[in-house]
Design a protein around this ligand. Structure first.
Ligand code: V0D
Length: 258
C-alpha cells in the first residue's frame, strides 16, 4: 500500500516530460504499440488549410513519435497510414498522400538507419503507385538487417481482406497436403497473417475522437489495451504518447498479474 501511494505521489508531482519518461521506463513498456493516425483533414479544416496540409503535418508527427517510441524502448510501432477505403478520397488528395513516404524517407531514412530502426509494412502494397512502392521497398531493403525498433507501416491495409487471404492460403495448403485440417489452430492461423513476424499489439491508440477499430488488425487486437483520445493526429505530441503508456501501465497494475 505504501508503495502504491508513493507511486501516485511521484506521478502527481512529475509534470516534466523527462521525469515522466524515466518513471515509465521503470515499468513494463508495451512491446508493440499500434496507432490509428486519424484527424489530419480535420486539423487542416480547423485552420482553413487544404487537407493535404494536414497530411503533411501528420507525416512530421510520425517522425516525432517514432523517435520517442525508440527512446522509450518500444520494440514495434505499427502505424495505420492508409486503409483500403482511403482510395475513395479525392484523386488529388490520394496523389499527395502517396508522395508522403518519399518525403518522409528522403529526409528521415539516414536517421532511421543510424538509429538501427527496421522499416517493414503490412497491407496490399503492390497496389500502391510505383514511385511510392519504390521508396518503401528501398527503405525496407536498406534497414532489413537492423535490430532496433520495428517501424511497421500499414499501407493499403484492411483486416477483413487480410483474414480472407489467410483463409485462402490455409485452404490451399490443406489441398496441397502441406498442412492437415486438424493443424489449424489460432497460433497457426496467426502465421498466415501479414503480421506473422510481429507479436500482437499491447496498446492501440486512436486519435481524433473516433471510438472504432475500423477494420484495423481485428484478429491481432483480441487482447490489446485500447486508448482513445480527442487529440487530432497532427497535434499528437510526446506528452500524449507518454500519457497513453502511463494509462497502459496503470491498467496493467490494476488488472494484470495476480
Ligand atoms: C497521411 C498521417 C508517413 C496519416 C501520417 C502512403 C495519413 C501522414 C508515411 C510513410 C502518411 C509510409 C511508409 C514509409 C515511410 C513513411 C505515410 C502514408 C500516409 C500513406 F516507409 N506518413 N504517411 N504514408 N500520412
Amino acid at each position: 500500500m505504501f508503495n502504491k501511494l508513493m507511486f501516485w505521489k511521484k506521478r502527481a508531482v512529475s509534470s516534466n516530460l523527462q521525469e515522466r519518461m524515466a518513471l515509465l521506463k521503470q515499468q513494463s513498456i508495451p512491446e508493440h504499440v499500434a496507432i490509428i493516425m486519424d484527424g489530419n483533414g480535420r486539423w487542416a479544416s480547423k485552420r482553413k488549410l487544404p487537407r493535404i496540409a494536414g497530411h503533411h503535418e501528420g507525416m512530421k508527427c510520425v517522425k516525432r513519435i517514432t523517435k520517442l517510441a525508440d527512446e522509450l524502448g518500444v520494440k514495434a510501432l505499427t502505424l495505420y497510414a492508409f486503409s483500403t477505403e482511403n482510395w475513395k478520397r479525392p484523386k488529388k488528395e490520394v496523389e499527395y498522400i502517396m508522395s508522403l513516404p518519399e518525403q518522409f524517407l528522403g529526409t528521415f531514412l539516414p536517421e532511421l538507419i543510424e538509429k538501427n530502426v527496421r522499416v517493414t509494412s503490412i497491407g496490399y502494397t503492390k497496389q500502391l503507385p510505383p514511385h511510392t512502392l519504390k521508396a518503401l521497398e528501398d527503405a525496407i531493403e536498406k534497414t532489413k538487417n537492423n535490430t532496433g525498433l520495428i517501424l511497421n507501416f500499414a499501407l493499403n491495409y484492411g483486416s477483413r481482406s487480410e483474414i480472407v487471404q489467410a483463409v485462402k492460403n490455409i485452404v490451399n495448403d490443406c489441398e496441397g497436403k502441406k498442412i492437415d485440417v486438424d493443424d489449424i489452430t489460432p497460433d497457426l492461423f496467426s502465421t498466415y497473417l501479414m503480421t506473422s513476424n510481429l507479436s500482437d499489439p499491447d496498446l492501440l491508440i486512436r486519435t481524433s475522437g473516433e471510438i472504432r477499430i475500423s477494420n484495423f488488425m481485428m484478429w491481432q487486437l483480441a487482447y490489446t489495451e485500447l486508448w482513445f483520445t480527442d487529440v487530432l493526429w497532427p497535434d499528437f505530441k510526446e506528452e500524449h504518447l507518454v500519457e497513453a503508456i502511463e494509462v497502459f501501465q496503470n491498467r496493467q497494475r490494476r488488472f494484470g498479474g495476480v
